[in-house]
Design a protein around this ligand. Structure first.
Ligand SMILES: Cc1ncc(COP(=O)(O)O)c(C=O)c1O
Length: 445
């Protein structure tokens, strides 16, 4: 064997090793290099050198442009506004394949209408299971229809409703269960629907975070018998304020629509029991603002492309980060297609890591990483649920919600990048690798 041959064999072996073990090797190599660099928090050079202006441009939200401006101008120039609502409803229906939809002024009014529609079939005081890790209106809106929340924990691996906890908390009064797709990750509606069917529960979905997300090829919002979306300004498809109700049956649709739109009953088929309520509906005026519908229509056109770009960026960054010990992503099944709302949430077991979230944030921020966290208010801990006077009967307040507590204490948020960002992603990955290489220093902080 001559020397040349040996070196070429070694080369091939090394190359094929790098190829087969790909990202793992790349991650470790960078970590090794990173140990030699001083942390920025200790006076070393900052890892992220992309300018703050560029980062702000990449993370800016919401993102409006010529399409939204032009459509709003067209509405004003034509002095025609309300036809925008059925146009948006038709487009959303075509996109999601929901049998019935109704545009609402926000997600909260869609929730209130949905609970009203449910309440006509169940006795006053019926209970609805809902994750405590959610927005207030998902629980509080029930009280207007004499429904009462049953607070359910979340799975610490997904931050979505923990079905096992729901099974433990089933009461004779429970009539419905509502899943919420936290931060864009679909909750396991197939399992929830399977169990709900067994127990005779109505299935509901809060999709305020999950525009474009699906499971087994079926859009979120079409799994539950009723569902809602929010188009509020922070959401994946923002229209400043706006909402959508989605219904699998004509009965639910007609009740929910007529709850918030006095003009709708007259448009329902002659045999509709709701048609007689023309001129009043059932009490509210909840239709979407036509300007919001115009903005939402334009946003819908770009939704899939933007979701795909965000996903590509998250994959490029997280593909590196999850190689570091102690960092995981919320579990997403292969048959789930998630969206990303607000942030790229990562789960870190700080107890196992041996350093605090504060120490980590300090080190990463010194490197130039925009990192944060946000504890979702656990609904069951808030005053209004502890006072029986607001409710048909007092909601039961669980003592502990270990899943929620874990997620709140053990997550971090990284920004979502809404443009091509290879350099920034590389620098973010390097910043983490550098900080991880110095984890002993963090443990002492
Ligand atoms: C989970 C969840 N449900 C419902 C809503 C209500 O939506 P809206 O703000 O449009 O009323 C929100 C809003 O943040 C939410 O996060």
């Amino acid at each position: 064997m001559n020397t040349n041959q040996t070196s070429s064999n070694q080369d091939i072996t090394r190359r094929s090793f790098i190829k087969t073990s790909g990202a793992v090797v790349a991650g470790l190599a960078t970590t090794k290099l990173a140990t030699t660099e001083t942390l920025a928090a200790a006076g070393g050079a900052k890892t992220v050198t992309v300018s703050p202006q560029e980062i702000t441009a990449l993370t800016r939200w919401p993102r409006y442009g010529a399409a939204e401006k032009n459509r709003l101008h067209e509405l004003i120039d034509n002095n025609q506004f309300y036809p925008e609502l059925p146009l948006f409803e038709k487009e959303w229906q075509a996109y999601t394949k929901a049998p019935f939809v109704k545009a609402h002024m926000n997600g909260s009014s869609a929730l209130t209408s949905m609970y009203f529609a449910l309440s006509l079939d169940v006795p006053a005081g019926s209970e609805v299971m809902v994750p405590t890790y959610t927005f207030f209106s998902a629980c509080l809106a029930m009280r207007f229809s004499n429904l009462v929340p049953v607070f359910i924990d979340v799975d610490p691996k997904t931050a979505c409703l923990d079905l096992e906890d729901a099974k433990r908390k089933l009461t004779p009064q429970t009539k419905a269960i509502e899943g919420m797709h936290s931060w864009g990750l679909p909750c396991e509606m197939d399992l929830i629907c399977g169990w709900a069917k067994e127990k005779g529960l109505v299935t509901l979905e809060d999709c305020a975070h999950a525009h474009g997300a699906s499971m087994k090829g079926k859009k979120m919002g079409t799994w539950g018998q009723m569902a809602i979306y929010s188009f509020q300004t922070s959401k994946v498809m923002p229209a400043i304020e706006g909402g959508m109700g989605m219904y699998q049956t004509r009965e639910y649709y007609e009740r929910a629509a007529a709850f918030g739109e006095y003009g709708d009953p007259g448009r329902f088929p002659k045999d509709s029991p709701v048609r007689a309520y023309e001129g009043t509906g059932f009490g509210q005026k909840y239709r979407m603002h036509p300007f919001a519908a115009a903005v939402a229509r334009m946003q819908l056109k770009g939704l899939d492309a933007l979701n795909a770009l965000v996903e590509k960026n998250v994959r490029a960054l997280n593909g590196r980060l999850i190689q570091l010990p102690g960092i995981t992503e919320p579990r997403c099944r292969p048959d789930q297609k998630r969206a990303y709302y607000h942030a790229n949430m990562l789960l870190l077991d700080f107890k196992k890591l041996g350093f605090s979230r504060d120490a980590l944030l300090k080190a990463l921020r010194a490197e130039g990483v925009r990192v944060s966290f946000w504890d979702y208010p656990q609904q069951h801990t808030l005053k209004i649920y502890s006072e029986a006077k607001w409710w048909h009967h007092a909601p039961k307040i669980p003592e502990k919600m270990p899943g929620c507590e874990y997620v709140n204490a053990n997550h971090i948020f990284l920004p979502l990048f809404y443009g091509e960002a290879p350099e920034l992603i590389e620098q973010y990955a390097k910043a983490f690798e550098k900080v991880w290489a110095h984890s002993d220093a963090l443990k002492q902080a």
